[in-house]
Design a protein around this ligand. Structure first.
Ligand code: FCB
Length: 441
């Protein structure tokens, strides 16, 4: 059996990622809380409720957990509706809480990466028409300024908007996210404003903090045709990829495009100092005559996939390499801002982690500028329209008692972070079934 160690460059960031609404609890003033109140919107009628009780102070013990297990960074988000509960009011107490959290990370020698928008909007903002209203752009810039002025001494890595593509698709095209629309016209309007808001936020941050690094976290899907020789499938795969990743291109060339519609947003060109990549899985597109509404395409996972518990994620590590290769073309530093799997039993997670980190190492080894990895997630948290049915945490959560459950992946990830490396001994110990794929002998 070969023995080896895949070493990462010094200074590489190792952390986990979380989002305000998913962990804080009692976020009663945003659109997701509202959405959760309508039966049918969330699987099993679940509610975010107390979530992981971070607003009640449990962020502190969770930060201890990650610092004690050798992580040196954490990505979390600021809840807009807490900072600005109504258009004319800023909440200094909320600002103080986030300041304490940031100080808490720094005290633990951890680098914070802060997301300004992670899927949630204040209720008042939606009452004004949400992202379809042009005013949304200025509102978001104002919020950005408030936050950056308050926290610039503690943060220099900023994510303006998390997965604008998923937000737009979920909220305006598929309808599973609030505001629950199914309209391309609305999606386009909201998309342009999201892009303008990102651009305005990017420039506002740099004005206040010249050495800040600002980017977006893009949900990257590896989309492949079922048959390379099949022209309609190859065409569809290319189209889906182009459209799904549209915000990344738009923040480079200043043109927002969705299907056949385009809009120039010059302020958005070159507004990414780094590329954030959220990679989870790969899709295959097959030609299917029964699906005219999706241009005769049907998305599914590769045949014989290694599937997570609910079938939500297929373990396709090659897609991570592809995602990084895609990100490389933007000529910027790259952070893996999310990657993980739902797995309450922690059966698949060890191989998922090691196989994906192996692909990242391969990319690093080609000298691609990958600067860090944030595992999704620190602790089980509220998974949007899928509620509590999916468990993405390194630590499990007993929602009723708030008790944290240490899964074996905690120790696996701790060793990777500590050694700044992925070793054959570790893979043998935690994911022997993945050994051959990582250390072929
Ligand atoms: C991503 C979201 C994140 C989490 C993971 C599983 O799309 O950014 O909040 O829900 O999926």
């Amino acid at each position: 059996m070969p023995r080896a160690k895949y070493q990462f460059p010094s200074g590489f960031l190792w952390g986990t990622a979380t989002a305000a609404h998913q962990v804080e609890g009692n976020n009663t003033n945003n659109n997701w809380w509202q959405w959760e109140q309508t039966p049918g919107n969330i699987l099993n009628g679940d509610k975010s409720g107390l979530a992981c009780d971070w607003w009640g102070g449990r962020w502190e013990e969770d930060f201890d957990r990650v610092a004690n297990t050798h992580q040196n960074a954490h990505r979390f988000s600021i809840e807009w509706s807490r900072i600005q509960p109504s258009p004319s009011r800023w909440d200094d107490n909320a600002i103080d809480v986030y300041r304490e959290m940031l100080k808490g990370l720094i005290k633990r020698n951890m680098v914070p990466m802060v997301t300004l928008h992670h899927f949630t909007d204040p209720i008042w903002f939606n009452e004004q028409g949400g992202w379809e209203n042009e005013k949304s752009v200025e509102c978001f810039i104002k919020f950005t300024r408030k936050v950056v002025k308050a926290f610039k001494d503690y943060v220099h890595l900023w994510v303006t908007i998390n997965e604008p593509n998923v937000y737009l698709f979920g909220g305006y095209m598929h309808g599973g996210f609030p505001p629950g629309y199914n309209s391309l016209v609305r999606a386009f309007r909201a998309g342009v404003n999201l892009l303008k808001a990102h651009a305005g936020s990017y420039h506002a941050i740099h004005k206040l903090q010249s050495d800040a690094l600002v980017g977006m976290a893009h949900n990257y899907r590896s989309i492949k045709p079922a048959h390379n020789w099949c022209l309609p499938e190859s065409f569809l795969a290319r189209q889906l990829k182009r459209n799904f990743h549209t915000f990344a291109y738009a923040a480079q060339n200043g043109v927002f495009s969705l299907l056949t519609t385009r809009k120039r947003v010059p302020a958005a060109s070159n507004t990414q100092d780094f590329i954030g990549v959220n990679y989870y899985s790969q899709d295959i597109v097959s030609f299917d005559i029964r699906n005219p509404s999706t241009l005769f395409g049907r998305l599914h996972y590769p045949d014989g996939s290694d599937l997570s518990g609910s079938g939500f994620i297929a373990n396709v590590p090659d897609g991570m390499f592809e995602a990084l290769h895609w990100a490389l073309h933007f000529n910027r530093p790259i952070y893996v801002t999310e990657n993980g799997v739902e797995d309450a039993e922690d059966k698949m997670r060890p191989r998922y982690i090691t196989q994906h980190i192996h692909k990242i190492w391969r990319a690093v080894n080609f000298n691609w500028p990958i600067k860090g990895y944030f595992h999704w997630s620190l602790v089980d948290n509220f998974e949007w329209e899928r509620g509590w049915s999916q468990r993405f945490g390194l630590w499990g959560l007993d929602v009723a008692t708030q008790k944290r459950i240490r899964r074996p992946s905690v120790d696996l990830y701790a060793s990777i972070c500590k050694e700044n490396a992925l070793s054959s001994d570790l893979v043998q110990k935690y994911a022997p079934e993945a050994f051959e794929s990582i250390f072929p002998g």
